[in-house]
Design a protein. Structure first.
Length: 235
């Protein structure tokens, strides 16, 4: 994690080195999620620590873990409007929704941008390879983590993996499990579920002991019940 953060801030520095600033030095950070999620808190604090003394930093929360998917594009438009108003020297995009809904317009406007925490291939969000962007990818060690189950539970034969149905979960499901609901490696069968409703999540957990030797918890911030987001701490 520390190495990845260092890489990220080196990239920011290099981008600044080629930028001529006019007037106030502004940076806009577009968070895909919100400050209620520890991941956002951690990288926001690092940005403030490394750049806050020299630049005015404005944060915008898209809150896509809580808002329904049909509202995500609208939040992207709000972020773009904020950027147009501030006219920052640099934009930082946190995670895939920000890159998807904000990145293409920034590339079109030739605004220097650094992204972080991107799970999918960044090129899929653009019609052609972007020239004004760079950043750091996030690659969860899914298979290595799963294989570690065998070390701590040698007798394990079947494991349940639970994800919500957020964008990042879909990317992990595609990239690491080839969109298959069941995979086998290290002599263990893994059943993968992407769920929307908290009630479905609870039912699987309560019944898991009858069929599975362990549960791997993936992402769970976007579960809902009765069209309302369920607090992650409750999950």
């Amino acid at each position: 994690m520390k190495k990845r953060k260092n890489t990220f801030f080196i990239i920011c520095f290099l981008f600044f080195s080629f930028q001529v600033f006019a007037g106030e030095k502004d940076i806009v950070v577009i968070e895909s999620y919100s400050q209620k999620i520890q991941w956002d808190v951690d990288y926001a604090n690092e940005i403030k620590k490394s750049l806050g003394n020299d630049y005015k930093i404005t944060f915008f929360e898209m809150n896509t873990k809580v808002l329904p998917p049909q509202e995500h594009q609208g939040m992207g438009i709000k972020a773009i409007n904020l950027i147009s108003k501030i006219k920052p020297s640099l934009v930082i995009l946190g995670d895939d929704p920000a890159l998807k809904f904000v990145g293409p317009q920034l590339e079109k406007d030739q605004i220097r941008t650094v992204y972080l925490g991107i799970n999918d291939n960044p090129r899929i969000y653009f019609d052609q390879e972007p020239k004004y962007m760079t950043g750091v990818l996030e690659r969860p060690l899914i298979r290595r983590s799963a294989a570690f189950i065998k070390k701590i539970i040698p007798q394990a034969k079947k494991v349940l993996i639970l994800f919500d149905h957020a964008r990042t979960s879909e990317i992990v499901f595609k990239d690491f499990f080839d969109n298959q609901s069941s995979v086998s490696f290290s002599d263990i069968k893994y059943d993968i579920f992407l769920l929307n409703k908290f009630s479905e999540w609870k039912n699987l957990v309560l019944k898991a002991n009858k069929e599975y030797d362990a549960i791997i918890i993936g992402l769970y911030f976007s579960l809902n019940e009765n069209n309302k987001n369920v607090n992650h701490e409750e999950v």
